[in-house]
Design a protein around this ligand. Sequence first.
Ligand code: VG1
Ligand code: CO
Length: 542
Amino acid sequence: MITVHAAIPFVGQKPGTSGLRKKVKVFQQPNFTENFIQSVFDVAERPDQASLVIGGDGRFHNRTVIQQAIRMAAANGYGTVLVGQGGILSTPAASHVIRKYGGSGGLILSASHNPGGPEEDFGIKYNIANGGPAPEAVTEAIYQRTTAIDRWLAVDTPDIDLDRLGQTQVGDMTVRVIDSVADYAELMESLFDFAAIRTAVKGGLRLAVDSMHAVTGPYAVDIFERRLGFAAGTVRNAVPLEDFGGHHPDPNLVHARALYDTMMGDDAPDLGAASDGDGDRNLIIGKGIFITPSDSLAMLAANAHLAPGYAGGLKGIARSMPTSAAADRVAAAMGIPAFETPTGWKFFGTLLDAGKATICGEESAGTGSDHVREKDGLWAVLLWLNIIAASGKSVQQIASEHWAQFGRNYYARHDYEAVETKCAVALMQDLAAALAQLPGTAFGGLVVRACDSFGYTDPVDGSVSSNQGIRILFDGGSRIVFRLSGTGTQGATLRVYLERYEPVGGILDAASPDMLEELVCAADAIAAITRRTGRTAPDVVT
Ligand code: VG1
Ligand code: CO
């Protein structure tokens, strides 16, 4: 029996960089979640009896929303729902399941690296049939629908057992609870040389993985400890918890500090890695050396041919605009195209579908390839392991050789969190207005060569996205980018991205903060961050 529930629109259901993110309390308001999901179902391109994938990162409120989404899907004409056991699917695993089983799309319930729990964050993202995040035209249509929605549909049925594998009928729809890990682990085995990694493990290769009590725990234990033979305990914080143990599941040097300390210690393993709430990000630390995500992208691309899945070479490399240009140098050396897209994985989908790019990455610790349509944290760890096993080189050696060949892009991101929204918006507007005067101006030894507000025309479908961040380019290849985050749930987050290029023969083994000092001063001089926000230092440096 289908019930029609009357509803009135909520203000503020516009998806951001990666879906709709709000406090749990906001999602718990009557009709709020239902309005959004119904809007997705109303605009999604889907045949009759389509199948829908549902999974989340296991955070608080995950199971409640999954049960409701199942009742709504049954009332909205879906034929099948595939849901991960326990309601768990990492974002890359969900992308794979959509692709493998021909889903018309998927609901991914996650606020990624944001904290979880009754007082913290929740999120809903819609992915389309290619397995990737809905492009802007689709998220805009969903948003428009939320402003006019007047009813949502659901069947009246009790909750289903999400923990037991198998099939259940909900109205005319079949719900299949599937193993969350198996399909994904098989995909990884098809891309990487597991035998070579196993041999290296027997020869003493050691790994430390921090799953941060988030979604990758079960995947990481199965892949690293069971399939690859790393010692029990290689995966820390492996049990997903609804509140991530009270921590931020954000794999950076602040929130994964314990892993960093291990990796800088005397008896450090060969590789250290962490992933975020929904498993699409990765942090890579070698023995005694942190690899910035931008460098990791470049190094993975340069060495990917060592893994069987990429032995045929790469078609192209794509990076988000704020990501350092290190990957561009690799693409140039390989004679393949390099693409610069706006922030957010949704912009890589058309390039991957069209076969224009094989590997993509973002400075925010996201790397991935055409194997799915999301960034993929464990994929990146496996590619590093495959490269280490196949080359016999340490992370330190791989990095040093890379910089000696391509030069080094020193890089950092400074985040100013929970800035008053009006203040942050005014800062960006004034910055944009002042751009015309900047070229030729010197800040210390840095001279502005060019600057703009980044706009992008998708080379495949021609769609245009403007105002994607302000770029200040200096003579010599250094750069500052200013952007406001599209994933926060409190005030505004100002991101300042700092990059300094040192060519081959330059200073290649210095500490990043020393190399970036002049750029930090220039950023404040250009945007008046301290004067406007009262902040004398960023909240997070990554
Ligand atoms: C951030 C990152 C961006 C990433 C996005 C989603 O967006 O900067 O690179 O794609 O999060 O990642 P923003 O708008 O806050 O800068 V995740 O792991 O939350 O799905
Ligand atoms: Co994420």
